[in-house]
Design a protein around this ligand. Structure first.
Ligand code: ATP
Ligand code: MG
Length: 137
């Protein structure tokens, strides 16, 4: 079965959006198989976003993700990777449709509340990066 890595970013945690976000994924019908709160070390943020390390916003992105605790989640289900990306909405919250998480709760690309893996391979890779073996049910 497909798995995806979903993370409530520090702004989403600070603003109290964790319950709302978990609820949307639960109601959609996906299965929660991993969940924890975590202060992300710089090295892990850099590994997670290594494909973006040549971008102009890279350092700001690392500072943002490490600026406070995140909530790490692993979700399982048929088609969960693409479906989660739809629930999340476009990277720029001003382009994200109303009804999506970013469309409903954010205005800035640099504070867009939530991460979702962009492929099944990256779903597996990221769950392996953020969770230890015994933390996934
Ligand atoms: P994520 O990987 O967090 O789910 P995404 O797949 O929609 O988001 P990516 O292209 O992978 O978008 O970018 C990763 C993150 O980097 C974005 O979610 C956003 O927080 C940040 N980011 C992307 N583009 C910009 C930009 N132009 N300015 C500032 N931050 C950006
Ligand atoms: Mg991405």
């Amino acid at each position: 079965v497909e798995e995806t890595y979903i993370m409530v970013k520090p702004d989403g945690v600070q603003r109290g959006l964790v319950g709302e976000i978990i609820s949307r994924f639960e109601k959609k019908g996906f299965k929660l198989i991993g969940l924890k709160m975590y202060q992300c070390p710089k090295e892990l943020a850099e590994e997670h976003y290594k494909d973006l390390n040549s971008k102009s916003f890279y350092q700001k992105l690392i500072d943002y993700i490490t600026s406070g605790p995140v909530v790490c989640m692993a979700w399982e289900g048929v088609g969960v990777v693409a479906s989660a990306r739809k629930l999340i909405g476009a990277t720029d919250p001003l382009q994200a449709e109303p009804g999506t998480i970013r469309g409903d709760f954010a205005v800035q690309t640099g504070r867009n509340v939530i991460h979702g893996s962009d492929s099944p391979d990256n779903g597996k890779r990221e769950i392996g990066l953020w969770f230890k073996e015994g933390e996934i049910c």
